[in-house]
Ligand binder design. Structure first.
Ligand code: URA
Length: 233
């Protein structure tokens, strides 16, 4: 919310008084006087008016987690354990997932309490590459790469997938880099060749690589450098 509206909503302020308080430098956001009425105030900001804290900012949290098999990418599920269940209760209350993995897919997932950040990451137009390690039932044939690069038509959504890069690593193993995250996308792409995916693991999202020190089920906060690397994309 714009800071002028934020102040105008406080008891004892109308829009004009809010504008005046801003112009006089009586409003500070995270310790800096806020003169610009358009400045964005979020729950993560601490706001003071005339030296009094009117909003104590909550800490923004950004975590990477190594999703194990057998849990759902949801905040609650009546039947199965969720990714959120992997965190101690006190840690999980305000967190949500930035993007999902299937029940038996393992690897990198991101958790945050910052809705704006997760929306940016998961927007269809964000074009952030996601790198998967894939194992299949049948051998992966060389022509798959061309088909994936050209894009596959998904009738249900009536769309053609964005160019994807396949790097074959062995008879039944490859890396696949996708610029989008359609429903069951990797499985459906290999399904085009009647080739079943038997193991799927996400290694990276854009510049963020799953920390090899994290065992399945473990998590850690993203570093400042990791957060900055995402912003630079
Ligand atoms: N594609 C899939 O089919 N499953 C996932 O979990 C992620 C990508």
């Amino acid at each position: 919310m714009r800071v002028d509206r934020f102040v105008a909503n406080l008891p004892g302020f109308n829009r004009q008084q809010a504008r005046l308080a801003l112009a006089r430098g009586e409003v500070s956001v995270d310790g800096q006087p806020a003169y610009d009425p358009r400045l964005d105030v979020r729950t993560f900001n601490t706001v003071c008016v005339r030296g009094k804290v009117v909003q104590q900012g909550v800490a923004a949290r950004y975590l990477m987690l190594h999703k194990p098999m057998g849990c759902v990418s949801a905040t609650a599920d009546p039947e199965h354990p969720t990714v959120l269940d992997l965190l101690p209760e006190a840690e999980r209350s305000d967190l949500h997932l930035a993007g999902r993995l299937d029940y038996n897919t393992t690897g990198l997932v991101l958790l945050t309490n910052d809705g704006q950040w997760s929306r940016q990451l998961t927007l269809p137009g964000s074009k952030l590459p996601k790198l998967y390690d894939v194992e299949t039932e049948q051998p992966i044939e060389p022509h798959y790469a061309e088909v994936f690069a050209a894009g596959l038509y998904f009738a249900y959504e009536n769309l053609t997938t964005l160019p994807a890069r396949l790097t074959v690593l062995g008879p039944n193993r490859a890396h696949l880099s996708l610029m989008e995250g359609r429903y069951h996308q990797v499985k459906r792409m290999f399904g085009h060749f009647q080739n079943k995916v038997t193991r799927l693991h996400r290694l990276a999202i854009g510049p963020l690589t799953l920390d090899p020190g994290l065992a399945p089920g473990e998590y850690r906060a993203l570093t400042k450098e990791e957060l900055a690397s995402l912003e630079a994309v």
